[in-house]
Every structure is written in C-alpha cells, then in structure tokens.
Write a protein that binds this ligand. Sequence first.
Ligand code: ADP
Ligand code: TRP
Length: 324
Amino acid sequence: MRVLSGIQPTGRFHWGNYFGAIRQYISLQENDQAFYFIADLHALTTIRDRDQLVTLCREAALDLLALGLDPSKATLFRQSDVPEVSELTWLLLTVTNLSWLEKCHAYKDKKGRGLAADAGLFTYPVLMAADILIYDSDIVPVGVDQVQHIEVTRDIAERFNSLYGEVFVLPEARVLDSSAKVLGSDGEKMSKSRGNVIELFESPKKARKKIMSIRTDSTAVEAAKDPDNCSVFDLYKLFASPSQIEALASRYRAGGLGYGEAKQELFELSQEHFAAAAERREALAADERRLDEILDEGAARAREKAAEVLGRARRACGLGRTSS
Ligand code: ADP
Ligand code: TRP
C-alpha cells in the first residue's frame, strides 16, 4: 500500500500539527510504503518572501526528521523537486470542470471574504490531485478539511480514466483521528492563523510564557475545579500517562491547585516529551549537508515513480513520441 501526504511549510509546526497529523504519519511509515513531502509549491500561494520560504521548508524537514520520520523507512522530499508534478497538473487541468473547483473551500472562503484570489489558489486542488495521482497513491491521510480535495482528485482521475483508459489509481482519504483536535492558548482550535499556537521546538522560555498565558477561568486557588472543563488539562492529557492524568484530575477536584501549578506541570511534561526530538533536531540542524542528502535521495526515489506515471499519462493522451 502506498501512503502519501503533504504538509505545507507556511509556518513553524505546533502541537496541533504534531498530535493531529505528524505523529500519525510517522506511525504509518512502519507498515506501509510512505511518501511524505513538504508542499512548497502550494505554499507559494501564501508565502511571498523567498528567504522565508527557504527557511520554513528547511525547518519543516528538520522537524519531521527529529520527530521520528525515518528516511530509511519513508520517502521524504520537497514537492518542487519533482517537476513532473507540474506537468501532470496541466494534463489534469484539461479534464477538470470549473464547477468542481468553484466549490472548493480555500478559494470559496477567500472570495467570500471579498479578497482577491489568484488562479494558483483556484487551481490548488488540481496540483494536489497531481501530487497524489503521480505516485499511484492508495491512501492519503489528511485532516477533515482536506477530504473535499481528495474527492476532487477522484473525480479528476475518473474523468481522465474514462477518456483515456485506466491510467490512475483511485486514492482513498484516511481521515486523521479528529479526537486529536488540539486547542490553543485561547481555548479555540490551535492554528497558526489564530496566533494561539505553541510551537514544537521553541525555546523553553518562550514555550513556558505561552503555556502560562493559556486562558483559564477565575476560580480561586483553594476551590475545587473541573478538569474536564479546562484547556490546560486537555493539553496535559496529550502528554501524560493514564496514572499521571488520574493524579492531576484528583488534584483539580480536591481544590488547592492553582492553574499556574497545572500549567507548570504541563510545561515540564511537554519539555520532557520533546526532549529527545529536540536533541536530534539540534544534531541534524548542525549538519546541513546530511539534510540536503536526505531530501535529494527522497526526491530521486519520488521522481522515479513520478516519471513512470507521468509517462503513462502522456502516452495515454497522445503526447510525445509513441514509437519505442
Ligand atoms: P494550521 O491550522 O496551523 O494552518 P495546517 O492547516 O497547515 O495547520 O495543518 C496541517 C495538519 O495539521 C493538518 O492535517 C491538520 O489537520 C493538522 N492540524 C492543524 N491544527 C490542528 C489542531 N489544532 N488539532 C489537530 N490537528 C491539527
Ligand atoms: N493541501 C494540503 C494542506 O493544506 C497539503 C497537501 C498538498 C497535500 N498536496 C497534498 C495533502 C497531497 C495530501 C496529499 O494540508
């Protein structure tokens, strides 16, 4: 089974990205043929600063590797290192109904807010379809918000196949565990667009400051508190063992525990949780050559498959030289 997913380098990864997506990508590398890429072509519709994009791509790769993505098991690469994807995007555009794209949310939301959307954002789901179809992907693990794009991918593949023969494998979305929705410091879904995130590898000082600023109610220290109604406790559960969860819950219910103390517990546990990854990250960051090698090797493996599938698609629709 080929598993494939992409993640946009539009900001530094945060706890939500880790528990909601990255951790699950990493566990899928054990039993499946996993392809993961950093979606820098997609990020071009958001990041317009060259240096920022370069840095964010590099940071994204370092984060994924430090967190446990293993290049000997999974293939990690940059989307733009596989130019075949851009060619396939054109072939797919020619079989895509405008109406399929008009209903897609990234474009619709922007337009709905009265903002000018470019053609890149409008055709974004077609680039995503090319990302998926070019590797004969079977399973695409994504957040709920991306399921619509996998449906468009299937529509495009079916249309192409019905016109030209069985060229593409029809992929299935695997919706990532949505119970892993992580809340940010304001109690809303953690998201970089909301500015409520706790990044994965920020300095302990900054992380502590953000944790201390998590919104809580004004119950007095001595009063009993409801752990099930507290963002700090929700976040604590992501990191803690069942016995640690039970112990902190009892302290909440007993009264005498201030939110500051609970936040300190959360801070310490989260630091511990990512300590080994932070160390790996530091070592990797110091070896720029190694990181480039990993991404180059990943791109070479991805390109081999991409060239095969693109060749199939080109021949099917009558492009290029057909004699052998
Ligand atoms: P952001 O909302 O910060 O821009 P993205 O939309 O780039 O994050 O999300 C990348 C991946 O991380 C997606 O698969 C998404 O489902 C997951 N993710 C993002 N935020 C959260 C969250 N707060 N809880 C759980 N998963 C999340
Ligand atoms: N659009 C996805 C997101 O914003 C990222 C992405 C790009 C992707 N291409 C993909 C995800 C292909 C899965 C498969 O999260």
